[in-house]
Design a protein around this ligand. Structure first.
Ligand SMILES: *Cc1c(COP(=O)(O)O)cnc(C)c1O
Length: 381
């Protein structure tokens, strides 16, 4: 018998009470009960995004929220800046390309964080740039980019800032209003402890002005129509009812724990995980590591794919390897959403056994010991 553990950077584990809530008979989305539920979800999302603006909901994976942000804010002929420091940053570029939006890329080597002065220089050079597209927590490299510093540059200009916050919302502080972020995109299957299928988009006043001007084609992903409905606790089309029911539950969990506490919990787990893998003699990949996911260089002489496969097949632990050009070079251990200190210990324990089985010389227990020391030193508050 093997007990399954999901430590992939999405989808992540769903708490049992949330699964049970979603298993109840499904309410009708035009019934008063669902309207009341949606009213509660609207408030919960505003707290999570730290905004007074409405947060729009769409039935789609996170990429749907990204595409929606492009088609609702831009017009043919406009130019944008795209920070590409990994697969997800590149996705912004691919979406722009699909809609014929020409963009200037800021290409950052994988594993490195973007220097915010590059954004300042690019905007000074070309003040026509309508928007900057960036990624807060780049899940493919494990880097947390300095969105606060980028926002300080962008908010002084007429350009608006679009942030992929899919693995940072509910993990690390990202106060949308206080930092002046214009479009913030979230997804259900990462820190929000839900199955995939729901994306959330926060839109600032500055971005709403762009939405009014926008002439790119759109139909399903229509921000203005969605907001109009949401203000009456309705959705334009049939919402992902079960996921919205689950979202009420997970937003309640986050509210009860306290958002700042949720951030500290994630930080503590990530610090412990990093201590564990480095104590095994492994090297971290990210220069400015995200608390959502710990990226580790595959040690020389070991097959990266075999680490992922052995963990799953022999130890019931699902993690992720590298994507694209990072395949076989790194592996990724997530500590996001429904995660606590015992998960760090389980992941490290399985990793130690796996590395030993693959013939990599480690002292079994060293990683766990280093992680435990962090968990002991940094008590849960
Ligand atoms: C998971 C993820 C996405 C969205 O991916 P989907 O598969 O469409 O949900 C986008 N950006 C980042 C940083 C992610 O981690």
């Amino acid at each position: 018998m093997k007990k399954p553990h999901l430590f992939a950077p999405g989808p992540t584990a769903v708490p049992p009470e949330v699964l049970l809530t979603m298993a109840h008979p499904i309410p009708h989305h035009r019934a008063p009960e669902f309207e009341a539920l949606l009213a509660e979800v609207r408030e919960g999302l505003k707290s999570l995004f730290q905004t007074t603006e409405e947060v729009l909901l769409f039935a789609a994976s996170g990429t749907g929220g990204m595409e929606a942000s492009v088609v609702n804010t831009l017009s043919p002929g406009e130019e944008v800046l795209v920070i590409q420091a990994g697969k997800f940053g590149e996705r912004w570029g691919e979406i722009c390309q699909a809609y014929g939006i020409s963009f200037t890329p800021i290409d950052i080597p994988y594993g490195k964080a973007v220097d915010p002065t590059l954004v300042a220089t690019a905007l000074e050079k070309d003040p026509k740039i309508a928007a900057v597209f960036c990624t807060h927590s780049e899940t493919s490299t494990g880097v947390l980019h300095d969105i606060h510093a980028i926002a300080q540059v962008v908010r002084k200009t007429s350009t608006f800032l679009v942030v992929d916050a899919i693995t940072s919302l509910g993990i690390v502080d990202l106060p949308m209003d206080a930092w002046g972020l214009d479009v913030v995109v979230g997804g259900s299957q990462k820190a929000l402890m839900l199955p995939p299928g729901l994306t959330m988009v926060g839109v600032s006043q500055k971005a709403w002005a762009a939405v009014e001007r926008s002439r790119l084609p759109k139909y399903y992903f229509d921000f203005a129509a969605e907001r109009k409905n949401l203000l009456e606790n309705q959705s334009h089309f049939t919402p992902a009812i079960s996921l919205v029911v689950g979202l009420r539950e997970t937003l309640g969990m986050i509210r009860n724990e306290g958002l700042q506490h949720v951030f500290r919990r994630h930080e503590r787990l990530a610090v412990a995980m990093r201590a564990g893998v480095t104590a095994l003699g492994l090297e971290l990949f990210a220069e400015r590591p995200s608390p959502a996911v710990t990226t580790v260089k595959v040690p020389q002489g070991v097959d990266g794919g075999a680490i992922v496969k052995t963990l799953r097949a022999k130890h019931g632990v699902t993690i992720a390897g590298g994507q694209g050009s990072m395949k076989g070079k790194i592996f990724r251990l997530a500590t996001m959403g429904y995660a606590d200190s015992s998960d760090v210990v389980v992941a490290l324990s399985a990793l130690e056994l796996t590395l030993s089985e693959l013939g990599y010389p480690i002292k079994v227990g060293e990683g766990i010991r280093a992680a435990q020391e962090v968990l002991h030193r940094v008590p849960e508050d």
